[in-house]
Design a protein around this ligand. Structure first.
Ligand code: ACM
Length: 607
C-alpha cells in the first residue's frame, strides 16, 4: 500500500461520527433503508404519545390491521378516529401521478399522513415503522417514494438444507420490511424435494430425506442419521398467503432437467439407463431422461404446483445440466435425430420448450437460469442471469425479459463477506457489502429500449453451507439492506458512506437489541491489509460500525477480546525504521456479538 492508499485509509477513518440525533444535517435520509426518492425536510416534530390514533379509508383496512398489530406489539395503545395530535392517517386518495408501489408520507406536527394504494400504502407504513423504531419523535418532512425496479427478489434454497415454515416467514418479514417483493422458493434439488405432491408420495417420503452427511463438499451432518423435511400443501398455501399479505409474490422453482437427484431417488425409472462404463455416475443420478414418462410426471407435478401458487411465473431451473447421460443414451440420440435437433443442447432446448408450452396452456410463464439460452430460447421465457450478466444481455437483445442475479456482481449472498478465514464456513467466492451495494443491473451496453426488458434483480441464498436460520441471518444482514437500496432507490440517491456508516449501523443495532443474528462489520477505518510507510507514525482514527459497540485492539498479533485495550481516541503507532508492527481490532456489540477480527501489518521501511 502506497501513500495514496494511506490517505484513502485515513479518509475513511475521518468520516463523520455516528450520531443518534436525527435531522437534515446529520441524517438527511432519516435513517430510512432504502433511501427514498425524495425527502423535503420541514420544521417541527411529530410526537407520538402512548396512544396512537388511526384514521383510515375503508380501502386501507388490511394496512390498518398491519399497523395496529405492530403498534400494539411495540407497547402503544391504538384508537380509531380523529384526534388533534398523534394522528396517523392512511388514505388511498392523493396518489395521482405516483408510479406503481409508490407512496407519499407527510409528517406534520400533530398529524402524519400516508397516501398510497395497495403495496404503496404498505411500503409507506414500512417507512413509518423504521422512523418509529427508536421510539423518538419524528422530524417533520414530506417524502415521496417509489421503486426503481419492479422485480426486487430474494431466493432461499430449501433443497440443500430444510428450513421450517417459521424460518421462511421470518425471511419474508425481513424482505417486506425492506420493500423486496419477489420470493423465489428453491423447492427441489439433488439433496431434497420439499413440496408435497399428492400424485407422487415418494417424492417426499424418499426424496425429502438423505442419509449421507455431505452436501456439495460440506460434511455437516453425521452419516446414518436421516436429515430432511418438507412442506405439506397446506403449509405451502399458508406461506403463499403470508407473503401476499406482505405484497410478496412467491415464485416456486421446480428444477429440471438436472438438479433433480431427490426426485430420481424416489422414481429412478426417469433416469437415462446407466451406461456402466460411464465415469460420471453422478450425472446419471441427477438428470431426467426426456421420456414420455418424465414429461407426464413433470406435467402432473406442475399441475399441482400451479394450483398452490398464483404467481404468473414458474421457475423451471434449467441450470448446470451435465448432459453426458444424454450423449450416451440411445433413446436420447434417437430423439435428437427424430426431432431434427442439433445436439444435446438442442435437446435441453426441446425439453424446456415443451414444458413452456404446457405452462402456457395454463396461463403461466417460465423463468429459467441463463443456460436456457443454449440451443435456443423458449419463445416466452424470462431469463435469470447468474453466471455473469452476459446471458441477461443476450436475452434482452432478443427481447426477452430478464432478471439479473449475477454471482459475479454481488448477488450471491452465500459467498464470503470478507477474505478473512474467521468467516463462518461458506461456499467461497467474495461478496463484500459494497459489491452488492454498487451493482447496477442496467448494463450500459444495452440501448434504452433493450434495458426495458430488465425487470429487476435478485439476491440468492444457496444453502450448501447454510444449515440454520442464524446463518441465513448472518449471510443476509446487512447485505440484504444493500440489495434493497440498489433495487429500490434511484442511482442519484445511492450514497455508500451514508448507507454503510450512518443508516445501516442503526438498523444493525436494532437487530442486536432484538437478539437477531447478523454480521458485525469491522471497525470503520481499518481493514485486513499491509500499510507501508517511510519515517512516520501510523495514525488510526476509528469509528464504531454500530451505536454502542466497542472496539478492542492488540499490538501483540493476538486476536483481541474484551480484556484487551479499548479504543477510545485516535491511535498514533510509532514503528521504528525497518521494523514491523501488527494492529489487530475486533468489534464487540452491546448484545455480545463479535466482528471478524482485522489484522493490519504496519511496515516502516528502512530506506
Ligand atoms: C446456480 O447458481 N446454479 C443458478
Amino acid at each position: 500500500m502506497g501513500m495514496k492508499q494511506i490517505i484513502y485509509l485515513l479518509g475513511i477513518a475521518l468520516m463523520p461520527c455516528l450520531s443518534s440525533a436525527q435531522g437534515p444535517a446529520q441524517d438527511p435520509n432519516m435513517g430510512i433503508i432504502p433511501a427514498p426518492v425524495m425527502i423535503k425536510h420541514t420544521t417541527g416534530k411529530f410526537k407520538l404519545g402512548v396512544t396512537a390514533f388511526i384514521k383510515a379509508d375503508k380501502s386501507a383496512a388490511s394496512e390498518v390491521k398491519w399497523l395496529t398489530t405492530w403498534l400494539e406489539h411495540n407497547g402503544y395503545k391504538v384508537r380509531m378516529g380523529d384526534a388533534a395530535s398523534s394522528l396517523i392517517e392512511l388514505t388511498t386518495s392523493g396518489t395521482d401521478g405516483l408510479p406503481e408501489e409508490g407512496y407519499r408520507l407527510t409528517i406534520g406536527e400533530g398529524k402524519l399522513v400516508i397516501a398510497g394504494k395497495g403495496a404503496g400504502l404498505f411500503y409507506g407504513i414500512q417507512t413509518l415503522l423504521q422512523l418509529m423504531a427508536d421510539k423518538k419523535d419524528i422530524p417533520c418532512a414530506y417524502i415521496e417514494d417509489y421503486p426503481r425496479l419492479a422485480y426486487r427478489g430474494m431466493l432461499l434454497d430449501v433443497g440443500r438444507h430444510f428450513f421450517t415454515v417459521d424460518a421462511v416467514k421470518a425471511f419474508l418479514d425481513r424482505m417486506a420490511a425492506y420493500k423486496l417483493n419477489r420470493f423465489q422458493w428453491h423447492l427441489t434439488d439433488n439433496e431434497g424435494w420439499r413440496i408435497e405432491i399428492k400424485k407422487y408420495p415418494k417424492l417426499t417420503q424418499v426424496g425429502a430425506y438423505r442419509m449421507q452427511g455431505e452436501v456439495a463438499w460440506n460434511r455437516d451432518w453425521p452419516d446414518s442419521v436421516t436429515y430432511g423435511g418438507y412442506y405439506t400443501q397446506d403449509q405451502i398455501r399458508e406461506v403463499v398467503r403470508y407473503a401476499a399479505d406482505r405484497h410478496i409474490v412467491v415464485i416456486p422453482e421446480i428444477e429440471m432437467p438436472s438438479h433433480s437427484g431427490a426426485a430420481l431417488r424416489a422414481y429412478p425409472s426417469m433416469k437415462c439407463p446407466l451406461d456402466t462404463s460411464a465415469k460420471m455416475d453422478w450425472a446419471f443420478d441427477i438428470l431426467y431422461c426426456p421420456t414420455e414418462e418424465t414429461f407426464q410426471f413433470l406435467e402432473d407435478v406442475l399441475t399441482e404446483v400451479i394450483a398452490l401458487f398464483p404467481s404468473k411465473y414458474i421457475h423451471i431451473g434449467g441450470d448446470e445440466a451435465e448432459k453426458t447421460p444424454w450423449a450416451r443414451s440411445a433413446f436420447c440420440q434417437d430423439l435428437i435425430h427424430k426431432k431434427g435437433l442439433k445436439d444435446e443442447k438442442g435437446l435441453q432446448s426441446y425439453f424446456i420448450q415443451r414444458i413452456e408450452k404446457f405452462l402456457l396452456t395454463k396461463g403461466r410463464n417460465i423463468i429459467g437460469w441463463d443456460e436456457i439460452l443454449e440451443g435456443g430460447l423458449a419463445p416466452n421465457a424470462t431469463v435469470m442471469s447468474w453466471r455473469g450478466e452476459e446471458g441477461g444481455i443476450a436475452a434482452a437483445q432478443q427481447h426477452h425479459q430478464v432478471i439479473m442475479s449475477p454471482s459475479t456482481n454481488g448477488m450471491y449472498l452465500d459467498y464470503a463477506q470478507s477474505r478473512n478465514d474467521k468467516e463462518p464456513v461458506n461456499i467461497g467466492g467474495y461478496t463484500p457489502l459494497q459489491q452488492t451495494y454498487d451493482y447496477d443491473p442496467m448494463p450500459a451496453s444495452l440501448t434504452k429500449e433493450q434495458q426495458q426488458y430488465i425487470l429487476g434483480v435478485q439476491g440468492n441464498v444457496w444453502t450448501e453451507f447454510i444449515g440454520t436460520p442464524a446463518k441465513i441471518e448472518y449471510m443476509t444482514l446487512p447485505r440484504m439492506y444493500a440489495l434493497s437500496e440498489m433495487s429500490w432507490s434511484p442511482l442519484s440517491r445511492k450514497d455508500l458512506v451514508d448507507f454503510s456508516q450512518v443508516r445501516a449501523p442503526r438498523h444493525l443495532a436494532r437487530l442486536d437489541a432484538a437478539g437477531v443474528n447478523y454480521r458485525v462489520p469491522a471497525a470503520i477505518g481499518v481493514a485486513d491489509s499491509t500499510v507501508t510507510l517511510h519515517g512516520a507514525s501510523f495514525h488510526f482514527a476509528l469509528q464504531s460500525p454500530l451505536p454502542g459497540a466497542k472496539i478492542y485492539y492488540t499490538l501483540n498479533d493476538k486476536e483481541p477480546g474484551d480484556t484487551d485495550w479499548e479504543y477510545v481516541s485516535p491511535l498514533d503507532i510509532v514503528v521504528p525504521r525497518g521494523e514491523t508492527r501488527v494492529l489487530r481490532t475486533i468489534v464487540i456489540t452491546p448484545g455480545g456479538r463479535r466482528s471478524v477480527p482485522t489484522r493490519t501489518v504496519l511496515v516502516n521501511t528502512k530506506e
